[in-house]
Every structure is written in structure tokens, then in C-alpha cells.
Design a protein around this ligand. Structure first.
Ligand SMILES: Cc1ncc(COP(=O)(O)O)c(C=O)c1O
Length: 423
């Protein structure tokens, strides 16, 4: 029997590190009941333009204000929010959209849904977000947009990405599904892009049930997004003319009511996580083989959906990241790998077939023979296979003493690394 929990010793952490999530209290219950009793449950089916208590308008306004955006539109999911952005920006057959090599599938599948072709760009190993240099290298005359994910909530370098996009006349879409409450240069994430999409599904840092927000500073894009989410109808007094083949992805008043309460908690939660993550990163400085990501000085707040940190095997006596992770979990600290496999390795891309016709790749409007099995993004592959680790936002929401316990568990493993050699 060794000292480490994985070799039969006592656990470093006995308490549950996961804070309850989503959070709710009496205010949420009251808000839900009020919608129920109002009999106004959604945007359609009553005169919602003049409905003074509409929670949807109020939530959209509060969300945009919180994130320094001008216009916000509620939709059904983060996936459909991304699709809305791309449709509004004119992505269609024949277009390419540059996306990061690792992210959730929706950041890339939204391109296929619009009949466009996703082009994968490598990540920057300093912050695990899409690398602006890789983006610039991937631009072709067919590029219509870049989807940049604030991965784990880390704000991307939207200065560099914005400059590249402006230079090439293409649009920047921020996928902020992980990043609500974060700030780049003192302004809310998403507000630096042409359009942004925020998922509010239950696991995210602003959970409302299911739902999402599309945000933009451009009225024309907002109006078009509204039309897209409302079956192709103009915003205004209910028009029965359908002007655009679109879809119906409206959010309900119930979710907006929950969202209005949830957003009042966001500032404090974001501050707690931001402070805890800096404390943990500072603690890692004394543990050889572990390190925080580089935080650019323009990141004025990272509200981590996932706090990613690095495992450097050469500095950890050559132990593999996965052995360390198993040991940390055994000590009582739930720890994930974070980045997915690069998306181009998923069978959806590897097969290169989405239907009988071979569209959008072999469609006459694109007519190329991209083979995703030949795509290589070495940094994303390396980070996924051997470097990245993460703790969820639910852990980062805990009290400071929990952060000390986490660091103690990590030090314990470092000091007893010999016990891991035979695992
Ligand atoms: C980076 C990213 N983008 C988009 C989405 C899609 O959000 P939703 O699940 O609400 O469709 C997610 C959800 O997990 C995500 O992690």
C-alpha cells in the first residue's frame, strides 16, 4: 500500500468538490410561476410586441448590456445560434468557414448545415484558442467567415482575428458557448466580433434550461437574425409575409424568465472563478510539471467553463498525463482532459460523406476533393493526447479552501511520483 490514493493510501480530498449546478432559489420559482400564470409562454401566438412583461425582450436586453453588445436575440440552442450567425452572414454552398481544430462539434457542424465547408485551423498552445496565424494561412478566395471559440471560456485574441478578418473582407463569429461573463480589454466577450453565439444549456455558466443568445452590434444583422429565427418573418407588427426560407428556433418565456434571474448571479460567480483560477495557476508555479495557460494581459476576465491547465510530462518524471489524471481523480479531485480529439478525426469528417450527392464538398459550386483524413493540426493533436487537463466551473465556484485542497492533492502526487511508475 502506497501513500497515494491510487496505490491504496488515504484520499487527499474527502469532500465533494462539485458545487451544485445549476443554481436556483425562490426567485426562479416565482419567475417561472409568473410566466405560467400570465398564459404568455412564448413569442408566438399573442401580441408580443406590445406585451409589457415579456421576459424574452427583457432577457435579451439584460444579456446584451452585460456583454457590451448592442443587440441580442434569444434562440433555441447554441447550435442553432451558430447556424443563425452563418446564415445571416451569407454562408452557403461554395463557401469555406475556418474553425478551430478542437472544440465542440457544433462549431464546425454549423458550417455543414449551411452547405459550407469547414476548414480546420490549429490552436495556439499558449491559450488553446484558434491560432490567428493558422487562420490567416487558411484563408482562400472562398473563405466567408471564421468561427473563433473562446475555448473553456478563455477569451481569444479578437484583436488579431478581427484585423485579419477585416483585411480579407470576411466575418468574425465568436462562439462564446463557454465564455459568458468573460472580458477582453474590459469589454464583454462576443462584443468584439461581427456576431457571437452563447449557449445557455444547463451545463454552461449561464444555464437557463435550453436556449442561447445571438449577439451583434449591427442592426441589419440583428434584423436578419430575427427573421431567420422566426420562420422568415420581419420583426415588427406580426407580418404574415414570409420573406426568407428560414426556420423556427424561438426560445420560450420560461427560459427567458430563468435567464433574467440567472444573469443577476453571473457577476459574482464570474469573479469567484476568475479569482480562484488565478490562485490555482499561481499555486502550480511551485509544482514542477504543471502549469497554467498563458493569460494575455488583454484578458480582463476569464470566467472558465473549463479551467484548462497543462501537464508537462518531461518535467513530471516522464509520467503520462493520463496516469496523473487517474491519480488526481483517485485523490478526490474530478479532473477532465478538456479538449476533444481534433474534430477532423471524428467519423463524420473522416468519412467525408454526408449524403448521396457528396455535397457540400463535391457540389458543383465547391467542387473540391478535401480529404479530412489528411488534415493535420499538430498542436491540437499534441495538446489533446498528452498535455491538457481541466477542472469544471463547478469546482472553481467553490470556497478558497477547496482550491488549497486541490493544490495539496497535486503536490502529494508530485512528491510521491515514484508510486506511479508501475501503473
Ligand atoms: C463550443 C460550443 N459551441 C456550441 C455549443 C452548442 O450549444 P448547445 O448544446 O446549446 O446547442 C456548445 C455546447 O456544448 C459548445 O461547447
Amino acid at each position: 500500500m502506497g501513500k497515494l490514493a491510487i496505490t491504496g493510501g488515504p484520499k487527499a480530498v474527502e469532500r465533494d468538490m462539485m458545487q451544485p449546478w445549476p443554481v436556483y432559489d425562490e426567485r426562479d420559482k416565482k419567475a417561472l410561476l409568473a410566466v405560467l400564470e400570465s398564459r404568455k409562454w412564448g413569442r408566438s401566438g399573442y401580441d408580443y410586441y406590445s406585451h409589457p412583461e415579456s421576459k424574452l425582450w427583457a432577457f435579451e436586453k439584460a444579456f446584451a448590456e452585460f456583454h457590451d453588445g448592442k443587440f441580442a436575440l434569444s434562440v433555441s440552442t447554441g447550435t442553432t445560434a451558430l447556424e443563425t450567425c452563418l446564415r445571416v452572414l451569407g454562408v452557403e454552398a461554395g463557401c469555406e468557414v475556418i474553425v478551430p481544430a478542437f472544440t465542440y462539434i457544433a462549431s464546425a457542424s454549423c458550417v455543414l448545415v449551411c452547405n459550407g465547408v469547414p476548414i480546420f485551423a490549429d490552436v495556439d498552445p499558449r491559450n488553446y484558442c484558434i491560432d490567428p496565424k493558422a487562420v490567416e494561412a487558411a484563408i482562400t478566395p472562398r473563405t466567408r467567415a471564421v468561427v473563433a471559440v473562446d475555448f473553456g471560456g478563455m477569451p481569444c485574441d479578437t484583436d488579431a482575428l478581427g484585423e485579419i478578418c477585416r483585411k480579407h473582407g470576411i466575418a468574425l463569429v465568436s462562439d462564446c458557448a463557454h465564455a459568458h461573463g468573460g472580458q477582453w480589454r474590459g469589454r464583454g466577450v462576443g462584443s468584439h466580433a461581427d456576431m457571437a453565439a452563447f449557449s445557455c444549456m444547463p451545463g454552461k455558466v449561464l444555464p437557463i434550461g435550453e436556449g442561447a443568445i445571438v449577439m451583434t452590434n449591427t442592426e441589419e444583422l440583428y434584423q436578419k437574425a430575427f427573421r431567420y429565427h422566426h420562420a422568415g418573418r420581419e420583426r415588427g407588427e406580426e407580418s404574415m409575409d414570409f420573406t426568407w426560407p428560414a426556420t423556427t428556433i424561438r426560445m420560450s418565456e420560461f427560459e427567458a424568465a430563468i435567464g433574467l434571474v440567472a444573469i443577476t448571479r453571473l457577476e459574482e460567480q464570474a469573479e469567484t472563478r476568475w479569482s480562484n483560477l488565478r490562485y490555482l495557476a499561481e499555486g502550480l508555479e511551485d509544482i514542477p510539471g504543471l502549469s497554467g495557460l498563458e493569460i494575455d494581459e488583454r484578458v480582463t476576465r476569464w470566467n472558465p467553463f473549463r479551467w484548462h491547465f497543462k501537464f508537462i510530462s518531461e518535467e513530471f518524471d516522464g509520467i503520462h498525463r493520463d496516469v496523473f489524471r487517474r491519480a488526481l481523480i483517485a485523490e478526490g479531485v474530478p479532473c477532465g482532459i478538456g479538449p476533444t480529439k481534433p474534430l477532423y478525426t471524428f467519423s463524420m469528417f473522416a468519412s467525408g460523406k454526408w449524403g448521396e450527392t457528396g455535397c457540400p464538398i463535391r457540389c458543383p459550386l465547391y467542387n473540391s476533393d478535401i480529404d479530412y483524413t489528411k488534415v493535420r493540426c499538430p498542436e491540437a493533436e499534441r495538446v489533446h493526447e498528452s498535455e491538457a487537463l481541466d477542472l469544471t466551473h463547478r469546482i472553481l465556484l467553490g470556497p478558497r479552501e477547496n482550491m488549497d485542497l486541490i493544490l495539496d492533492a497535486m503536490r502529494k502526487i508530485r512528491e510521491n511520483v515514484d508510486e506511479l511508475r508501475t501503473l
